[in-house]
Design a protein around this ligand. Sequence first.
Ligand code: G3P
Length: 225
Amino acid sequence: MRIFLDTANLDDIREIARWGIISGVTTNPTLLAREGKNVRDVIVEICEIVNGPVSMEVVSTDAEGMVREAREYVTWHPNVIIKIPMIPEGLAATAILAREGIQVNMTLIFNPNQALFAALAGAAYVSPFLGRLDDISTEGMDLIREIVAVFRQDAHLDTQILAASLRHPRHLVEAAKAGADVATCPPAVIRKALKHPLTDIGLERFLNDWRQLEATLTREVARVS
Ligand code: G3P
């Protein structure tokens, strides 16, 4: 499973991209609004940092408007792909954009039929929202498992399953085990996922032992010279 970063924060993207684990970025209107900067500048900067798909979401709710926005956004940078909401007009826009070779990430997916429809319309990615289902006391991971089963049943579907709305590190590993192609992850979840107290304790012990060895050798050299 590949990992995308789910943020529009350039500092977080710069820092985590250095770790070599990120192969794309997803944004949405909420994440971009949080940064309060010129949207085009932010998206282009993200594309320069991360060599992979960067999702930019349309805000039109009619197919014509969505297609117009999409055609504009893909001129910003070759890495830009278009996030389209799962509504009937979104499906119509996805069908047009797919024919033009523009990659669509169909978002706000909450059931397997929506995912199937997105794939049939030509979406390159579907984004099922795990955390928001968990929030309403539904098992979000079951949705990933169902979409995996539905997509596997039809060899012609090459749409990728992009697990979204991840809230904690277990979501990440469970999404991988469920068969998601990609998980898009907030920076805070990535940071939590890489921490383990035994790693920190182990490193501290290695460094202390090394320092003690150096001190012993220095004393030995001083004694014989
Ligand atoms: O990629 C979609 C994601 O940003 C939604 O996450 O936490 O707002 O449900 P959340």
